[in-house]
Design a protein around this ligand. Structure first.
Ligand code: HEM
Length: 357
């Protein structure tokens, strides 16, 4: 039976979203394998229980805190500054085309060891893999091409590790378990869509808030400490990934509603982040909201592996934009930004003016 033939439910309230995501036994992630899994390879997003835990432990090691610090200085800052160099003298730009659509992709490529000049090709393959269910021959060809491209990089790190992310990944071993090639390439194929598409949109949403909420831009220029709450409120207010999927493994009940085995659960994290019972005036962007965690990165055993990296990229990226583009404001001659999309949300354009430097 295909997904479309099965009974499906929308889970919208905070408490119920949290319950589903924390109970991986009743609500399995295996549904994520049905479409994209055939093109991406062995997909951690689609694994459950012990298999998922063992795999996640192996790859999580490569995201350790010391890597994060080293990426901050050596990769993330140079990447955003290189992109800003091109527009800073111009005094006007579309920040989506010039900055946000390129910056997280280039960071992920840098993490994996793909040179910046190949990042556009790498991104094309990632897109063809993502749209594989619509065009299977193209999806399969891209999946193989990405593996062929990465194989020499993987072999080089196996032969002589350099201490980077890929070296950690190819040599990861816990209690005698290592990553098989299927799992290694499956993970590498997931990284670009998981890490680039999401952070790209979250940055666009943060900039939209800064440019449109009255007084906010002046406050952040004056006080960079405000960036941390601004990022958290952005993630809550316009959740860039609005939903995740699960499938019921047995007959069960949620908030008094009977759920049959096999039912598709559309778990709306974006809606949970707007639950009025938890967030008063939830539709409003309010940077002074008392801190409370949100469900933007999910929760439970699949909680986003890249959330610390995503937050760091946002903090460094927005800080650099404020440093390099003084007097940033909407371009009065262009249409204002609109945050759009259902499963993924972000603005398609951010036309701005600033003082050239
Ligand atoms: C604002 C940016 C991001 C958002 C909103 C986001 C959102 C999410 C969500 C909601 C999940 C849980 C999926 C589920 O429960 O089925 C997830 C998982 C994941 N994310 Fe992110 N993500 C972001 C950035 C990143 C980055 C930068 C990376 C890596 C470079 C990354 C890598 C992953 C991986 C590998 C998983 C799978 C974890 C697992 O299955 O155990 N994400 N992300």
């Amino acid at each position: 039976m295909g997904v479309a033939d099965r009974q499906s439910f929308l889970v919208t309230r905070w408490e119920d979203v949290e319950t589903v995501l924390r109970d991986g036994e009743t609500f399995s992630s295996s549904i994520n394998a049905e479409h994209i899994g055939q093109f991406m390879g062995e997909l951690m997003l689609a694994m459950d229980g012990k298999e998922h835990r063992a795999y996640r432990n192996l790859v999580a090691h490569a995201f350790r805190a010391s890597q994060l610090e080293h990426w901050d200085d050596e990769l993330v800052r140079p990447t955003i500054n290189r992109l800003l160099d091109d527009i800073a003298p111009l005094g006007r730009a579309d920040l989506v085309a010039a900055i946000t659509s390129q910056y997280p992709v280039q960071v992920i490529c840098g993490i994996v060891g793909v040179p910046v000049e190949d990042s556009a090709q790498f991104q094309r393959w990632a897109e063809e893999i993502n749209t594989g269910p619509l065009n299977p021959p193209q999806g399969m060809a891209a999946s193989q091409a990405m593996r062929d491209y990465l194989a020499p990089l993987v072999e080089a790190r196996r032969a002589s590790p350099t201490g980077d992310f890929l070296s950690d990944l190819v040599r990861a071993e816990i209690e005698g378990e290592v990553l098989t090639d299927g799992k290694l390439y499956g993970f590498l194929r997931l990284l670009l869509p998981a890490g680039a598409e999401t952070t790209f949109r979250a940055l666009g949403n943060a900039l939209t808030a800064m440019l449109t909420v009255p007084g906010l831009m002046d406050r952040v220029y004056a006080d960079r400490e405000l960036l941390a709450p601004l990022i958290e409120e952005t993630l809550r207010w316009e959740t860039s990934v609005t939903q995740v999927s699960r499938v019921a493994t047995r007959d069960t009940e949620l908030a008094g509603c009977p759920i049959p085995k096999g039912a598709v659960m559309n778990v709306l994290t974006g809606s949970a982040n707007h639950d009025e019972a938890r967030y008063p005036h939830s539709e409003e962007f309010d940077v002074d909201r008392p801190p409370q965690n949100h469900l933007t990165f999910g929760t439970g055993q699949h909680q986003c592996l890249g959330m610390h990296l995503a937050r760091m990229e946002m903090r460094v990226g927005l800080g650099a934009i404020l440093d390099r583009l003084p007097n940033l404001r909407l371009d009065p001659e262009m249409p204002p930004p609109v945050i759009e999309g259902l499963a993924f949300r972000g603005p398609n354009a951010l036309n701005v003016r600033f003082d050239p430097s």
